[in-house]
Design a protein around this ligand. Structure first.
Ligand code: S3P
Length: 184
């Protein structure tokens, strides 16, 4: 359960011979976009949070609660290490993944990094009813989201090969834009 399974033909039919890493703030649409993009590009879709959660046998909030954020961050780094040199997937990263320099280096070595951006108001509307994100528990408001986004902006933008604004756009539109821009 939760093991990365690489199909034999995986990547061969794909137009992108590398991983596509989707980064961005919580609620920026990484999961939905990665699923659709992987279908359109005949690539494997990997959601880091989901894989970590399956392997640990518990949800992300419980991992934070029991073992702390540092432990979770080291699981993210380990998973990225594992993905190196293994096929071509669309990888939906956790919102904090690009905050570690070594993670960004690994992503760079093995693929392209696409930043999905959205306004704090859009993010808030998408995440406000969810309880899966420990960093937002008790902080579910636009000023907090906006502040954390500002703290992360520079790292996110520095890491990105391309930046895509998602406000007001549909998932398919976003995917088409990513494909077009990666082809250039
Ligand atoms: C986090 C984002 C979450 C998850 C964890 C920490 C972050 O992923 O990895 O709760 O630090 O921004 P999503 O961006 O998929 O919500």
């Amino acid at each position: 359960m939760g093991k990365v399974m690489w199909k034999k033909e995986e990547g061969l039919g794909s137009q992108f011979p590398y991983h596509i890493y989707l980064i961005g703030f919580m609620g920026s649409g990484k999961t939905a976009v990665s699923t659709q993009l992987a279908k359109l590009c005949s690539m494997e879709a990997i959601e880091m949070d989901r894989m970590i959660s399956e392997r640990e046998g518990m949800g992300i909030p419980e991992i934070f609660d029991r073992y702390g954020e540092g432990y979770f961050r080291s699981l993210e780094t380990k998973l990225l290490e594992e993905l190196q040199g293994k096929g071509h997937a669309v990888v939906s990263c956790g919102g904090g993944t690009p905050m570690r320099k070594e993670n960004v280096e690994r992503m760079r070595q093995s693929g392209k990094i696409v930043l999905l951006s959205a306004e704090p108001e859009t993010i808030y509307a998408r995440v406000k009813d969810s309880h899966d994100r420990p960093l937002l528990e008790g902080n579910m408001n636009i000023p907090y989201i906006s502040g954390l986004m500002e703290q992360r902006r520079e790292r996110y933008e520095k890491a990105a090969d391309l930046i895509l604004h998602t406000d007001g756009k549909g998932i398919k539109e976003i995917c088409m834009e990513i494909m077009q821009r990666l082809h250039k």
